[in-house]
Unconditional design. Structure first.
Length: 353
């Protein structure tokens, strides 16, 4: 039997040395190593061998199988090499021609805007706070002075999760707890204040938020950053100074700001913040409706009820907060007129920015 195995190896080597293509190599593999191949046929006779002979024959069989597999690999490589040489002989190649350049990617314009915002606020003494995108109604609304029947909830276009999938509510939440996709990054402010327990607190909260809304200036998913500063003696003057420093650092030193009274449940007093239009320099154009101003964010002093709700004494501490859509800032920076273009993954569009 050992002699038969060695004869199989010699025969296989001879066939593979003359293999002309991959099909020939594969046919040889099946002939010798297939389930019904020559090697299996020889090994079926091992049952007739004595106990002393079987290990010796098995060792030879393994070495023969390994040798045939090596010969198959060499034959495949030889076939590929011959095919390449044949192609090269038919077609002349100029190896001095430059290769095809690799297209180099770059950061998404919204990511670049977010990075710039984080850097600007870091220079102003703020650090980044993060929180879950799947949030409790308790943190997203109730802790921010939006009770369940508050009409301001209607402005949020909230996306709710299936009640059957909800885990246990957070401590202090009412029995009718709900789980939602967060509509703003303000719940991160609540979590930051609960975690800090004692001011001073200076955080920004960049991240994704979700609302059931879609048009040229809204998408169901967008990016937002909010700023929170709670400390003794903080006033509207600090808010105005921070806002002015932020927009000048982001858009340029000639940008002006103005505040208009407005209502937000979690600030008191509240204000809409306008900036002089970056593209027309405040002179007036179609985009700003010839006013020279654009509304970019909402701001105000933190509602005392919100401070009380997180265990901070509003008689001792005050704070300000404001939030802005990062995607809209990127739109203004690059002169884009449709927010949805950022998320359509058109490389031709993104490579221009």
């Amino acid at each position: 039997m050992i002699e038969e195995l060695k004869a199989l190896l010699t025969e296989a080597n001879q066939e593979l040395s003359s293999a002309s293509d991959d099909a020939h190599v594969e046919a040889t593999r099946i002939k010798y190593l297939g389930k019904k191949g020559s090697l299996s046929a020889v090994l079926r006779g091992m049952g007739k061998l004595s106990a002393e002979e079987r290990p010796k024959v098995g060792e030879v069989a393994n070495s023969v199988k390994a040798a045939i597999e090596e010969a198959l690999e060499r034959a495949r490589a030889a076939v590929r090499d011959r095919a390449l040489q044949k192609d090269l002989s038919r077609e002349k190649l100029d190896v001095t021609l430059p290769g095809r350049p690799q297209k180099i990617g770059h950061r998404h314009p919204v990511s670049l805007a977010m990075d710039d915002l984080i850097e600007i606020f870091a220079r102003l003494g703020f650090h980044v706070a993060d929180g879950p995108e799947i949030e409790w109604d308790f943190y997203n609304f109730e802790k921010l002075c939006f009770p369940p029947d508050h009409p301001a909830r209607d402005m949020q276009d909230t996306l709710f999760l299936d009640q059957a999938t909800l885990p246990e509510p957070p401590p202090g939440a009412p029995p009718t707890h709900l789980r939602i996709l967060r509509t703003h990054t303000s719940p991160v402010q609540i979590r930051a204040m609960l975690e800090a327990k004692e001011p001073p607190i200076r955080v920004i909260t960049p991240g994704k938020v979700y609302r059931c809304d879609s048009d040229v200036t809204h998408t169901p998913m967008f990016h937002q950053v909010e700023c929170l500063h709670v400390e003794q003696g903080v006033s509207m003057a600090h808010l105005r100074g921070t806002l002015d420093a932020f927009v000048k650092a982001f858009f340029g030193p000639n940008i002006r700001t103005r505040l208009r009274p407005s209502y937000f449940p979690f600030v008191e007093p509240g204000a809409e913040v306008d900036i002089s239009h970056p593209l027309c320099g405040g002179k007036g154009c179609k985009i700003c409706k010839f006013t020279g101003w654009l509304e970019v964010l909402g701001a105000g002093m933190v509602n005392p009820d919100e401070l009380t709700g997180v265990g901070i004494d509003p008689e001792k501490y005050t704070g300000y907060a404001f939030g802005v859509g990062i995607d809209r800032l990127a739109m203004l920076r690059h002169g884009v007129d449709d927010l949805r273009a950022f998320f359509e993954n058109d490389v031709r569009f993104l490579s221009q920015l």
